[in-house]
Each structure stands twice: as structure tokens, then as C-alpha cells.
Design a binder for this molecule. Sequence first.
Ligand code: C2E
Ligand code: CA
Ligand code: CA
Length: 577
Amino acid sequence: MEKTTDKPVMLIVDDVEINRVLLVQFFQREYVIIEAENGKEALEIMEHQPVNIVLLDLVMPEMDGYEALSILKRKERYASIPVIVMTAHNDGDSEARAMEMGAADFVTKPYNPIIVRCRVHNVMARLENEWRKLEQAAKDRQLVEMHRYIETDALTGLFNRETFYKRAASAMQKNQDKAYDIVYLDISCFKAINDLFHIETGNLILKTAAYYFMASVDEEDGVCGRVEADHFVICLPQEKLDIDTLIQGLDNTVQSLGISHNILFYAGIYPVNNVFLPVDQMCDRARMALNKIKGNYMTRYAYYDASMRDLMLQEQMIVRDMEFGLQEKQFTVYLQPIYNLHTGHIVSAEALVRWQHPTNGVITPGKFIPVFERNGFIVRLDRYVWERVCQILQEEKQKHGKVTPVSVNVSRLNFYNLDLLSFLTGLLEKYDLEPWMLKLEITESAYTDNPQQLIAVIGAFREHGFPVLMDDFGSGYSSLNMLKNLPVDTLKIDMGFVQELESSERASSIMKFILKLAEDLDMGVVVEGVETKAQLDLLAKIGCADIQGFYFSRPLPYENYMKLLDEDRKAQEAAGQ
Ligand code: C2E
Ligand code: CA
Ligand code: CA
């Protein structure tokens, strides 16, 4: 038996039986056919029988074709069913009227089987086509949704890292006539915002920034994304980047949120000169430019240049060679004596490390300490330096029966190690020394990291008899505030003050104030960075006592320092002091 259920249903509505018989003959192979004698009957059938196409005679008793057509087209559930109307020969008017009312097509009597079949076929094909289009559109929408889900970051709706890389590469390759910039943006102290406020506040800032980026970057030839936490990237043609306006607009937008904290964006820009460089490397370069201005409150953006690449290569070399360098004792300790202004003799020294690199010569700490502070190696290097200093102290003690104390730098990363104190006391025991011989220099900035912990550790140092010096005092922002909570033995005044002394009244009155404060709080003062006689005289007038600086001596290799100590001691003895 022929299966009928898959066939579409055709409703033939005509009051003349012979017409219906003819049409049934034409279509019965492809359609399930239902017949009705007038409009009313047709509508009744359609109430409970789905129909795919209607062939509708216009002139009928009871309810004619026009009326039936107008009802069908007005009802939503029927409106999309195609209706082909059947008209008498030579009746242009009724055809036009029916078409206006929404008929899909018309056929004229007497029927030409070929034409009738063609028209029905065309109407059905057109319908099918529309369905297919709708279906495709739905699928496309789904696909877009899915892509969005995979490609974007759920919080901000911006492209995620991988997608940004892909899209930026293709934008740049598509528009090779345009020069591009990669901009890497970061929010200052975002972590603090998350700590101070609710996490939602942080999220709101990120979303607002993302919204701003989307609005200011043209999708035609630009791309923006969020690569991590509070780091955003933008790729856009140079002609469209006005970085001052971008940052200003961003500040204004974020400030309009009314969060009572200074939220500032910083940017690094890499002008792309090779579009085939992987985008992640372009971003690294933009980020490198950004890192250069981090913590610099006046400069909000910087461009990448080749010197940064050299810096990166140098950093890679440092990281590559550090382990071996430590093993091979390439790190040496220099000592810079500290003089007392009144007596003119050495009272102590600071230990400063140098790297005697086998191929690159002597590397100064300014180059490698920041790298080691980033990767944690500083903790091991510091301990190495402290031990070396203890050996030197022991040697002096054994030779002269006297010791000139030496201060060592204690990088802030050390404070995270619980065995710090026991390591130091262990050294004293091993080299038979007393704690006053080894002074500990810590920098102000350690305080902002984690005040509570620092206060506790420094308290413990002092209880054990280690003198504690506050290094670079006055270079930070919280200096005075901090002193209240964090008693130390000595302030080491930052070099910046000395350099400004001659030109600025203010610097010298601050210096006087610090001296007074130190006296009141029973603390010593060392002034660093004294280079000239003029500076020395000024300091003497103000009343400073202990001085460290090139004027007296640069940091010296151990043997030279020992020699200098010897001479100083002899001079002291000769003077009967
Ligand atoms: P710092 O602790 O403030 O050390 C003083 C720096 O000032 C030294 O630079 C010293 O050579 C320099 N200096 C001394 N007198 C003068 C002067 O009259 N004029 C000028 N212009 N500079 C002077 P250096 O040795 O290059 O060390 C730089 C920084 O590296 C140190 O600054 C310290 O923060 C760090 N550092 C050095 N050795 C170590 C170490 O063993 N451990 C740690 N954690 N940091 C160290
Ligand atoms: Ca120091
Ligand atoms: Ca210093």
C-alpha cells in the first residue's frame, strides 16, 4: 500500500465537480487531496485538518473565494498557507484583486494541465525555500551564539585572549595597506580596589571599561579583548588611535561610576612593523612598554622601542645564568664605608652586591635585583650575601679583635620566609658574631606590601639585637605615617634629598625636620649619596652625622675595604682616639 502520510495535503475548493475531478487527476500522485464545495466547507475542514496548499475557486455559492481568502489571510494560523485562486478565462480584474488579497498565484479555466502543475509546483518550491531560509537563519543564529560563547570572556563580552590573537592577526593581514598599533592597557592598583570594595565593584569597572573599548573601536578594522584580570588589549589602525583621548575618555567613563578611589589606566603601545609576527609577541612588546612606566604617576602611556627588546634579552640572560652564577661564586660583595662627619672615621659599611659575569663583565645590582625580586631568586642571593658578610666580619674580628658593623640589604621577599630570623641567628652562631655587627636594611616599600607582618618581623629582629635601618627613607609616600607604627634604629635618608639640597630650600628644611624627628624618637640617621664637598658642608651645617657617598668612597672590593679600614684604624690610633 502506498504510504500517504509523507505527502503534502492539498485542499481543492470548487463547487463544480468536474473541475475538482480534473485537478485531482493532476495532483493525486504527489498530494493527499481533500475536496470542498465552497469557502465555508473549506474553512470547516481546515479547522481540524492541516493543509499545505489550497486551490480556491473564486466564484462559488455559500461563501465565495474572496471571502474565504480574506478570512484565511487574516487568521494567523492560516496566513502562511499558500492559496492559488482559480479564475474564469479573461478575467484580469479578479486575478489582480485576489493577488492583492494575498493569493500566492492564480490559474485560469479551462485548465491547461502543464500550467496548473507548474504554478502549484512553483508556489510550493518558493514556500520550501522560505522555510529553508528560516531554518538556516535559526541555525546561523545558534552558531553565532555558540561562537560568542567560545570566543568571548563571560564577564565583559570582549574577545578572550586566543580569539583576540586570531582576530587581530586577520584584521592586520586583511588591511595591509594600514599601519597598526597594539595597545596593552592595565588598571593601577586593581587588586587594591578588589580588596577595598566588593568584588562586584571591580567587575563593574571591568565591564565599564570593556563597554568603552567596544564603543571606541571600529569593528570594521579593529579588535579589542581582555587577556587577563584587568588587562585589556586593542588592535587598531594607527590613524584611528588618539591615545590621549582614549585614556582621557576611559578615565572619565570610569570616574562617572563614582567610586571613591583613584582608578587610572596605563597603556603600552607597540607600533606593528611586521604583521607576520605572532600577535602574542606583539602584545608582549606592548606590555613591556607598559611595564616601563608602571608606578610612574605622571606618565600614562609609553611606546615600545628597540631598547626594550634589548632589556628583555638582557633579562633573559640574567635568568638563564643566575643559578650557575651563584654556584660559581660570580656574585661578589662590595663594601661602601660610612663615615662620621665629626670624627672623620669609618663607623660602618653597607654591603652591595656585584655580579662578575664571565662574558658580560661586571653587572650592577640595578640590572639584576629587580629581575630577582620578580622571580624570587633574591631570597637566595640575599642569604648568600649575608653569609659572605659574616665571613668578612669574622675575619676582621680575628685579625683585629674589633669589628666594624656592616649593614646588609634585606629584600622584602624575605619577609615571606618563616625561617628568616633563625637563618640570621644561625649565621651569627656559625661565625661567632654578635647581632649588633650585622645591621639589616629594609626599604619603605616593604611596609606597603604587608604592614602587619613587617611590624612583627622587625620587632623580632630588634628583640634579638639586630639593628634595623629604614632604607631610602623619604622616597615613598607613607614615610612619616609608617614611623609611628614601625620603630627602627636608624633612618637612611634617600639620595634624592641630598641631590636636591643645593637647589631647594624645601629639601633642606625637610632634612632638618627629619633630623629633629629622629632625635625625638631616639633614632640614628645616615645620609646617602653625598658626592661633593658642597653637599657635605651643607649637611654639616644642618647637623647630620653619618654619611655614605662617593665623596668619601665608592663601594669597594673586599680587599680594598679591608685596607681602608686598616688605614683608618691606624690614623685613629695615631690621633690617640
Ligand atoms: P641602596 O640600598 O640604596 O644602595 C645605595 C646605592 O647607592 C648603591 O648602588 C651605591 O653604590 C649607590 N651610591 C652610594 N653613594 C652614592 C653617591 O654618592 N652617588 C650616587 N649616585 N650613588 C651612590 P648600587 O650598589 O648600584 O645598588 C643599587 C641598589 O641595589 C641598592 O640601593 C639596593 O637596593 C640594591 N642592592 C644592592 N645590593 C643588594 C643586595 O645584596 N641585596 C638586595 N636585596 N639589594 C641589593
Ligand atoms: Ca641599602
Ligand atoms: Ca638606599
